[in-house]
Each structure stands twice: as C-alpha cells, then as structure tokens.
Design a protein. Structure first.
Length: 196
C-alpha cells in the first residue's frame, strides 16, 4: 500500500479524488506497469507529451502526489493559486530556468515525485518523439533519483478506452555524461512508442 507523504499540498489532497475519479470515468485510461513507480523515495517520471490531459493521466497512476514541471504562463492571475496549490513548479521555457531546476531538486530531496515531459511541449509534429531536453536526467543526477520512463499512446476520447500509459522499470543515471544519459532515456521512450 502506498504511503502518504507529509507535506503533500492540501489542494492536491482535496481535489485529487474528485479530479482523478472524473478523469477515469470520462476517459477510461489503461494504466500499465504502475508497479514500477516506487511507493517511496525520489522519483522522476519522464516520458512523451501528447495532450494537456497527460498530467491527469499520470496523477491517476499513483496515489503519491506528482509535482509537475509546468509552463509559467499557467501561473498568472487567478490560476496561480490553483496550480501552486497542486504542487506544480513553474518553468520559464524561454530560457534555461535555473530557479525551476533548483525547486525541482529541492522537491526530490524531500523524497517526492517530479513529473516532467522532456520534450518541453506537446508533440504536434509527425515525428514519433521530439528531442528531449536535459532537465530530467540533470535533476535525477543531482539528487540521486530514479527515473521511471513512461509512454503515452492513443487518443483521449470520451467514454472510449483510447488512451493508455505504460511505465517501465526505473533507471538510474550511470555516469556524468548527461547527454549520453539523456539519449538513453529518449531511446527508451522512442523505442517503446515505435514498438521496438
């Protein structure tokens, strides 16, 4: 049974049962391999990005609070309280955001989960996957965290089991060559999406 971590955002704890329940009712997602998500400790969930609903899909896959790296445009005006209350971390995608990386490292050092889409945005290209940015492997390397790769396949269709997420066994950063480690993570996700 998964343990609740102290310090879990109050708003996340209050809204998660309703939002996840509604999401599962509407989209009936298939969640495969969730046993690969550790029930304790520092974890980075990293995979492809297909839709704005991907965050709900990952949140529905574990009872642990997933702290998502999210574009800073979401943290403006009335929505700022909402997203911060859910434990999201704002990222300025227009520059190398050292503050966001530092916040993510602090979250991991507190033995929590970070959810990140290394492509940086929703993939609307014809390519299977877009190049991964280094953030996922960088924060995992800095905090000795495990990375759990995932792939999201299919389409979000109301009342139709059209979308699924597959989690793969955790991987550790094996050396200081982050470019090589990033390539290894990207190939894991790309091969899974291609069926290799």
């Amino acid at each position: 049974m998964e343990k609740k971590k102290s310090g879990e955002p109050v708003l996340y704890r209050i809204l998660r049962p309703f939002l996840v329940g509604l999401f599962k009712l509407l989209y009936k997602p298939s969640i495969i391999g969730k046993q690969h998500i550790p029930t304790t400790g520092r974890v980075v969930l990293a995979g492809n990005h297909t839709n704005n609903l991907d965050c709900f899909l990952l949140a529905a896959s574990t009872k642990r609070c997933v702290h998502f790296m999210a574009k800073d445009e979401l943290f403006k005006g009335v929505f700022a309280f909402f997203f911060r209350g859910l434990g999201a971390i704002p990222v300025n995608r227009r520059t190398k955001d050292a503050h966001a990386l530092s916040a993510a490292r602090d979250t991991l050092k507190d033995d929590k989960i970070i959810g990140i889409f290394p492509e940086g945005t929703i993939n609307r290209t014809d390519d299977v996957i877009m190049p991964f940015k280094l953030g996922a492997v960088k924060m995992a390397s800095d905090t000795d965290s495990q990375i759990v790769p995932f792939v999201i396949k299919g389409k979000y269709k109301i009342f139709d089991r059209g979308v699924k997420v597959i989690f793969y066994p955790p991987m550790s950063i094996e050396n200081d060559d982050l470019i090589a480690e990033n390539k290894r993570l990207m190939e894991c996700v790309s091969n899974a999406l291609s069926g290799n």
